[in-house]
Design a protein around this ligand. Structure first.
Ligand code: ADP
Ligand code: MG
Length: 392
């Protein structure tokens, strides 16, 4: 791959600037979920063990270039100290004054980078100021890599740079799913709307052998075939676009799988009375809320023929059982094949990760990306500025 890792860097005695994502949820100044902090530990510990000084750089919330005390990273220090099992020196806006005094083996955290307007502008001067604080730059924040900011893009061009262990894991997982995957590849795309996932669908059609379309967006594809979808969530102004995607798939030999049967209900609520009908038989006063068992059985057999699976978007309204059934069943099948060594499975997206966690299948997946926007942009085939800067 075209980027360096910590294996290529001599860290001993160096001050290592590490861009991390510790944008964790806070309630009453308490961190309610420290998953993101836990994930930076391997890179930070490795830098310290190899004789370096770790200076963590991060953003928190959206202060828009101003000092907003409620968005100070000072609040996160105790949680970072707990995860790293080390003292963390907090450095306010006056970076250089305090940093020089730190011993090798110590950890510092800079104040919220977005308090400075230069951060989000990818300002050369601000990047230079950050770069002057260290000898090496390590980017471990894949989730911020879709933004060209001073701490993710410009700085990488000013110092010897590499990917941190978390970034490295994310990039290799994504590479094995879409970059140079084992074929055949199946993509599962679900969720609410076609309009938010257009670029994703067109890219996946080109790169995969099977494209499973589920969730609300499948209704738009059914409507495009002239099927009456009743009161279902569907974007009737997107039917031409849906037909174009189907045409494109035909021309590149990607097989599109739409639901053949669906679960319909009159109310959008948990436990609503429901029935399973053929995909072209949704009653006029009902809405499609999940894929049916025949559809799931076909998906399972597609999974069996594939080597690689990439998944974004639930197959139904998974928040309200029993309309989580198709998502859960397909997730369980993917998990089983992965555990048996027959499938590489990569999934991402806010609701997708939530659905896979609830289903209990997430742990068995090869990789679950929590990177949100960066994961989606990567699936859309876009170049991520933070990754590109590491490559050059
Ligand atoms: P992600 O966050 O993983 O990218 P999305 O936000 O695109 O996923 O989609 C998730 C949403 O899609 C969920 O809120 C789910 O309820 C909704 N959804 C899925 N299928 C349907 C459906 N048939 N009708 C209405 N909403 C649906
Ligand atoms: Mg979502």
């Amino acid at each position: 791959m075209g980027w360096k890792t910590l294996d290529d860097m001599d860290v001993d005695g160096k001050t290592v600037l590490i861009r991390v994502d510790i944008n964790v949820p806070l309630e009453d100044a308490q961190v309610t979920d420290d998953t993101r902090i836990k994930r930076i530990v391997p890179t930070v510990h490795e830098v310290l063990e190899r004789g370096g000084k770790a200076v963590l750089m991060a953003h928190f919330g959206r202060p828009k270039g101003q000092v907003v005390p409620e968005m100070s990273l000072a609040q996160i220090v105790p949680a970072v100290e707990k995860c790293l099992a080390r003292a963390v020196h907090f450095i306010d806006g006056n970076y250089a004054a305090t940093l020089g005094q730190l011993e090798p083996g110590s950890v510092a955290l800079l104040e919220n980078l977005r308090f400075n307007p230069g951060e989000e502008k990818n300002d050369a001067g601000f990047a230079q100021r950050l770069a002057s604080l260290g000898d090496l730059y390590v980017n471990d924040a894949f989730s911020a890599a879709h933004r060209a900011h001073a701490s993710t893009e410009a700085i990488a061009r000013l110092l010897p740079s590499c990917a941190g262990r978390l970034m490295q894991a994310e990039l290799s997982a994504l590479e094995s799913a879409l970059g140079a995957p084992k074929r055949p590849v199946v993509a599962v795309v679900g969720g609410a709307k076609v309009s938010t996932k257009l670029e994703l669908l067109s890219n996946l059609v080109e790169k995969t052998d099977h494209l499973v379309i589920g969730g609300g967006m499948a209704n738009t594809f059914l409507a495009a075939q002239g099927i009456d979808v009743g009161k279902s969530l569907a974007e009737h102004d997107m039917t031409d676009t849906a037909s174009e995607i189907v045409q494109k798939a035909k021309s590149v030999s990607c097989t599109i799988h739409l639901p053949s049967d669906v679960v319909v209900a009159r109310d959008f609520k948990a436990g609503a009375a429901n029935e399973t009908v053929a995909a072209d038989a949704c009653p006029a006063d009902a809405m499609i809320l999940d894929a049916g068992p025949a559809t799931v059985a076909r998906l399972e057999s597609v999974f069996e023929t594939c080597e690689t699976l990439i998944w974004n978007g639930p197959l139904g309204a998974f928040e309200i059982p029993p309309f989580d059934a198709a998502t859960n069943a397909a997730a369980a099948k993917a998990a089983k094949l992965t555990t048996a060594g027959k499938l590489i499975s990569v999934a991402g997206g806010g609701d997708t990760v939530a659905a896979l966690n609830v289903s209990g299948a997430a742990d068995a997946f090869t990789y679950i990306s929590t990177a949100g926007g960066a994961f989606l942009e990567w699936m859309e085939g876009k170049t991520l500025p933070g990754v590109a800067a590491l490559e050059s």
